[in-house]
Each structure stands twice: as structure tokens, then as C-alpha cells.
Design a protein around this ligand. Structure first.
Ligand SMILES: [Zn+2]
Length: 270
């Protein structure tokens, strides 16, 4: 096994052990008898400081609790590069050193929005998420530090994996919505199936229509219809979440899940 692969495997093992499971997308539209129950597990709020210190006891950074508008050193808590001791920038996350380029250890108190310099919220006020993601990968990709120390290689594997996760999570409405709920301390149990007869009936109709669609044009028409519904429910989520009406916000994510899944099915056929 190559050293890079060993590092990658090790990092994944650590993350699996230490991090809470992220919400999983339900991959089946099949209704099941038990009604959907949503768990509000506010106790699952990340204890960032404990988790962080378990993962990275060697870090010199002082961990601070999450704040949507603060920067890395916004609380006056500076962090220095482990390699050259350069201070972290006044604005933005400190994933790699601006002076020597060294990849820094993961800081779990920096959320996915902060990684991309975004204000926390359902609407991303920047349409260049992909561009920012690519910029980070140019600085953090493990291939770029293959000649560096084992410590920095480990940091690169972890930082790169986290940036990939952040990008994937924020780039889709449903995963972004679930992540916002997670940051608010609400875990949506996606294993539970929605018992909404109207929605389930609609999904069965969609499935039939997709199966019977004879050409790409017909499929795209169905896709546009579903995308409109997904957008409507995304708007419902935004409104509910902004009002801190979490029951309605969770309900909206359940609808979004079905519509996203339907779109994925259509894309597979296109
Ligand atoms: Zn440095």
C-alpha cells in the first residue's frame, strides 16, 4: 500500500470514529408502514472544543465556538502557522499558510460556509462556489505535498477531504438545508419514511411517467416540473428556517428529498 493511500485510509478511519454521521440521503421512494418521526436531538450539538482537541491535541490554536459572522481571529484569538509561525489572516479560514503555503490542521469550529467565505444561510450569496472550491484544492490537494513531512501530508488529506465534503454539502439545496439544521442542533432522521399519501401518490405518478417517457424531450419536461416543485419547497424551507420554525423546515426537507431523488432518477435516464 502506498504511503499516500495509508495516510488517506488513516484519516478516514479517524474521521469515521470521531465525527457525527452526516445525514444520508434516502435512496428509496418505497413507502414503508411506520410514520415518519423526526428526532430533534439538540444534544447532538458538536462540542467542537472536545472533538477538536481529541483529533488534534498538538494544535496551537485556541478553539472558539462557532459564530456566523466572525473570522478565524475575529475574537482576537490568533492562530499561528505550525511551520513558519506566521499569524492567521484577519479574515477568512486558515486552511493553508499565506506565507509558506503549509497546509494547516483541520479546525472543526470553522463551518462549511466559513470555508468558502460565505454568510451562513440557505441562499448562497456567491455564485462562484465551484471556483472557490477549485482554488482550495489547488492549495490543499495531497498530491501537492507528496514531498513534505508526514504531518503535512496528513493535514492535506484531512483538509482536502473536508473541503470536498463542504463543497458537496453546500452545492445542493437539500444537503445545504440539512446542514443548516445540523448547525442549529437539529438532526433529521432520514431513515424514517414520509407518510404523506399525496406526496407518495405523486411520486408514483412521476416514476410511471419517467418509465413511460419515450424520448429525452419528454424526460426533460418532467424534470423541469420536478425542479419547479423542488424550488417551491426550497423556498418553503428558507422561509421556515429564517423564522426558526423548525418543524416546517424539517417537513420541507422531507419533500425536497423526494423531489431531488426523482430528479436523480430522471438524469440517469437522460
Ligand atoms: Zn507558514
Amino acid at each position: 500500500m502506498s504511503s499516500r493511500r495509508k495516510l488517506y485510509t488513516r484519516a478516514i478511519e479517524i474521521l469515521r470514529r470521531q465525527l457525527r454521521p452526516l445525514p444520508r440521503i434516502l435512496h428509496e421512494l418505497r413507502p414503508t408502514p411506520p410514520p415518519c418521526r423526526v428526532s430533534l436531538l439538540r444534544s447532538l450539538l458538536i462540542d467542537d472544543s472536545q472533538c477538536f482537541h481529541r483529533l488534534f491535541p498538538f494544535s496551537r490554536c485556541t478553539v472558539r465556538l462557532w459564530s456566523p459572522y466572525s473570522t478565524w481571529s475575529g475574537n482576537g484569538v490568533a492562530c499561528a502557522c505550525w511551520n513558519c509561525s506566521e499569524q492567521s489572516p484577519a479574515v477568512g479560514p486558515f486552511l493553508s499558510c499565506g506565507s509558506c503555503g503549509a497546509v494547516q490542521p483541520v479546525d472543526l469550529s470553522v463551518d462549511y460556509f466559513q470555508i468558502f467565505g460565505l454568510e451562513q444561510g440557505f441562499d448562497l450569496k456567491d455564485d462562484n462556489l465551484e471556483g472557490k472550491y477549485k482554488e482550495w484544492q489547488k492549495k490543499l490537494h495531497p498530491d501537492l505535498v507528496h514531498s513534505k513531512s508526514e504531518k503535512e501530508k496528513t493535514y492535506a488529506v484531512e483538509q482536502s477531504a473536508r473541503v470536498i465534503d463542504a463543497y458537496r454539502t453546500l452545492s445542493k439545496p437539500l444537503s445545504r438545508a440539512l446542514y443548516l439544521l445540523q448547525l442549529a442542533g437539529i438532526f433529521v432522521d432520514e431513515e424514517k419514511t414520509v407518510m404523506d399519501p399525496e406526496l407518495l401518490s405523486e411520486m408514483m405518478d412521476v416514476r410511471e411517467a419517467v418509465e413511460e417517457a419515450s424520448d429525452p424531450k419528454a424526460l426533460m419536461e418532467i424534470q423541469h416540473q420536478i425542479q419547479r416543485k423542488l424550488k417551491d419547497w426550497s423556498n418553503s424551507f428558507r422561509e421556515a428556517f429564517n423564522k426558526r420554525d423548525f418543524d416546517c423546515a424539517i417537513s420541507a426537507t422531507q419533500k425536497m428529498r423526494y423531489y431531488e431523488r426523482a430528479i436523480e432518477e430522471i438524469v440517469k435516464k437522460l
